[in-house]
Design a binder for this molecule. Structure first.
Ligand code: ADP
Ligand code: MG
Length: 207
């Protein structure tokens, strides 16, 4: 089951991971943005980690509140994007929240669709989508082959890491990095990097 305490463990692990990688994310955003992705995500996830899981009846309610907290505490593009991701993820798992590769694939896919709807970025525009979309595809493929949750998440992590690395050579055409034009090449996208950390946290805590 994806119960409230399992979801809380994922959020807590992600908050800690973001905190540890705050400078890495800030440094990437310094090169192709405005140096705030690390502080934005750290502020948002610290607020999420401060939520009391005991106040929520199920994982979906906690993840929904996490999404709303990110929208309200994170300035910048990433707040509404991550907020929408968690809101849609929560909507997909519903109250029964069975933790299978198939359910996770559907929930991550719903989150991805939320990010696409909100940010209007296509694949290959050097955004978080370029790590999230391959991760979702890997999850769904693993689910179709009846893989375990652990195997499905391991394959999603590899896909996200490859996707993140693939953003290095991309030209940014959405978000702040697009202002740099050709100079946006040569650096991994900050959001694709933080999304990869989200998948790595999921692999550590959800399986
Ligand atoms: P801001 O760009 O407002 O300073 P952040 O620095 O916190 O916000 O987040 C930047 C990240 O947000 C980018 O690295 C990118 O991955 C993601 N991003 C920006 N715009 C979009 C978009 N339209 N669709 C998807 N992701 C986006
Ligand atoms: Mg920024």
């Amino acid at each position: 089951m994806l119960d409230t305490s399992t979801a809380a463990a994922w959020l807590k692990d992600y908050a800690e991971t973001i905190h540890e990688n705050r400078e890495v994310l800030t440094d990437l955003d310094r090169q192709i943005g405005d140096s705030d992705h690390g502080s934005n995500m750290d502020r948002g996830m610290a607020a999420v980690a401060a939520l009391d899981p005991a106040e929520f009846p199920d994982a979906a309610a906690l993840l929904k509140k996490a999404g709303m907290t990110l929208v309200s505490t994170v300035g910048g593009a990433s707040g509404p994007l991550y907020g929408t991701f968690f809101l849609r993820f929560a909507g997909s798992i519903g109250e029964d929240g069975e933790l299978t590769a198939k359910a996770l694939g559907s929930a991550f896919a719903a989150g991805l669709e939320g990010v696409r709807a909100r940010g209007k970025a296509a694949d290959g525009e050097k955004t978080m989508i370029d790590a999230l979309a391959p991760a979702v595809a890997a999850l769904r493929e693993a689910a179709a082959q009846d893989a375990s949750v652990a195997d499905a998440l391991a394959s999603a992590v590899s896909a996200a890491e490859q996707g993140r690395d693939g953003t290095v050579d991309m030209l940014a055409t959405k978000g702040r990095a697009s202002y740099l034009g050709e100079r946006s090449r040569g650096v991994a996208d900050p959001g694709a990097t933080s999304v990869t950390l989200l998948l790595q946290s999921a692999a550590r805590t959800l399986s």
